[in-house]
Design a protein around this ligand. Structure first.
Ligand SMILES: Nc1ncnc2c1ncn2[C@@H]1O[C@H](COP(=O)(O)OP(=O)(O)OP(=O)(O)O)[C@@H](O)[C@H]1O
Length: 203
């Protein structure tokens, strides 16, 4: 289980948020909502271990993630605002890079591309893909191999309605297999039985 206790962070001499207590259990989805600047991306980066809170702590099964950030990194997938693509490489080679990097067999790449509806575009350089196709390619990393925790920051930006449904289906399957997801979104990504966690804009 992922949990935060008394989490707070100061950025630019301003408290972005304070006292965040959040627990996520296997199979659960938490949707982060709140106005621009409320701290949704900041919270996701803290949950990923990419940013340290000013106060409070994040634990996984009771152990502080700060004690072993690499182990924490291996149990999660983080999809931020950027698509993390090399534009000169084909869609296939972009995913193959990540597969090799994380020790997943490259054979998983074709399935991951298919899962995001990109099976026919594998040989296309990422640089010529449309914004929505690039976004789907970035999200295809979710399908490379299972990881218990998905942290998704505005994953539906640039996606058409069919692709949003595709992503919702992937999240459903991930949860059905015991996975957890924390997702920041401003739009209508509809996740059944999801819990909403609202971040208020600090004064
Ligand atoms: N390096 C930094 N230095 C100072 N302030 C920062 C820094 N990084 C982020 N902030 C501030 O932290 C606050 C929270 O930013 P964050 O990106 O987490 O918000 P958000 O809720 O994800 O917003 P949005 O809905 O626009 O994506 C913002 O006011 C931002 O200006």
């Amino acid at each position: 289980m992922l949990a935060t206790t008394g989490l707070g962070i100061i950025r630019g001499e301003r408290a972005v948020f304070t006292d965040i207590d959040l627990a996520v259990e296997p199979g659960e989805a938490v949707v982060l909502r709140g106005p621009n600047g409320a701290g949704k991306s900041t919270l996701l980066r803290i949950l990923a271990g990419l940013l340290s809170p000013t106060v409070g702590r994040v634990t996984w099964d009771g152990a502080a993630i700060a004690d072993d950030r690499e182990a924490h990194g291996r149990r999660l997938r983080y999809a931020g605002h950027g698509d993390a693509l090399k534009l000169a490489l084909t869609a296939f080679d972009n995913l193959a890079f990540w597969a090799r990097f994380e020790g997943t067999p490259v054979e998983a790449v074709d399935d991951a591309l298919d899962r995001l509806g990109l099976g026919a575009l594998g040989m296309l350089p990422a640089g010529v893909m449309s914004a929505g196709q690039k976004r789907r390619l970035g999200l295809a990393r979710l399908a490379l191999a299972p990881r218990p925790l998905w942290l998704l920051d505005e994953p539906t930006v640039s996606l058409d309605a069919a692709s949003v449904d595709l992503l919702a289906g992937m999240i459903w399957d991930h949860r059905a297999a015991g996975g957890m997801v924390v997702v920041a979104t401003h739009d209508g990504l509809s996740l059944p039985n999801a819990r909403t966690f609202v971040l208020e804009k600090a004064a």
